[in-house]
Design a protein around this ligand. Sequence first.
Ligand SMILES: C[S@@+](CC[C@H](N)C(=O)[O-])C[C@H]1O[C@@H](n2cnc3c(N)ncnc32)[C@H](O)[C@@H]1O
Length: 280
Amino acid sequence: MAAETVSLNPEIPGERKDEAEEDEVEQLTLIGSYGEKVRLVEDPMEEIMLVWGIQQPTFSKQNAFVAQSSLTLNLDACGHSLSILQSPSSLGTPGVTGSVMWDSGIVLGKFLEHAVDTKMLTLQGKKAVELGSGCGLVGCIAALLGAQCILTDLPDRLRLLRKNVESNLDHVNLRGSATVFELVWGDDPDPTLVEPFPDYVIGSDVIYSEEAVTDLITTLVDLCGAATTVFLAGELRNDAVLECFLEAVMKEFVVGRVEQTQWHPDYHSPRVALYVLTKK
Ligand SMILES: C[S@@+](CC[C@H](N)C(=O)[O-])C[C@H]1O[C@@H](n2cnc3c(N)ncnc32)[C@H](O)[C@@H]1O
């Protein structure tokens, strides 16, 4: 889907901007099906300097919205009280990260709710695939907002995910649907996931290791058609990992950063960045 770019500082006829001023012109653009303009990411290193410089993630509290030592995380979303089961003891197992919730999941879930409420996004009747669902909060919110959501994760991570989907959604009058499916990044996706291509691919805290970046991007490329919009919320822990991701993903996707002013007003975090992407 084409990206429409506008300048925040349009040049006044008759006036000439020098090169330094030109460099400072901020680019805002519409990307995919998201209805608000976002800041176009043009250079990975500049983006890293901007988010780390402006948000100063290391100076603020980690896990502001989650208590990873609790067995449940309670959150109101879409008029429902969600109770997400966590398995804090599994977090010590090497390679296991999705057994508890992370702030970026709360930010992304509440952002989706806010964007639908403010009519910047439509999920009703749309196909959405969530990557690395972990405990499943984001996918559950997408289904409550009307999406036909497929929540995915590694094969040995699906038990807790299924439990959370069932315990939170089985008894409610769901506007959409939620199914749990195995998906290992880098593997060929099952036809269920790509026929037809999803309208949305969503993921929170899935950019956290340089080793996983290539497989993650392979999966993004495989899952996205020309009309797919991707929302990824990332925790700002490691600038090298984010830069490595942006460098690689920008070869295939247009990337924009959603400013915090567009997030749910009660769920801002300087430790999180939210990106929207579409295939070039
Ligand atoms: C840090 S957790 C984030 C979980 C959840 N999205 C959240 O925000 O709370 C990363 C998730 O990605 C999943 N994951 C990691 N590597 C993966 C891979 N190669 N294929 C599929 N899923 C993977 C993990 O199992 C885990 O659920």
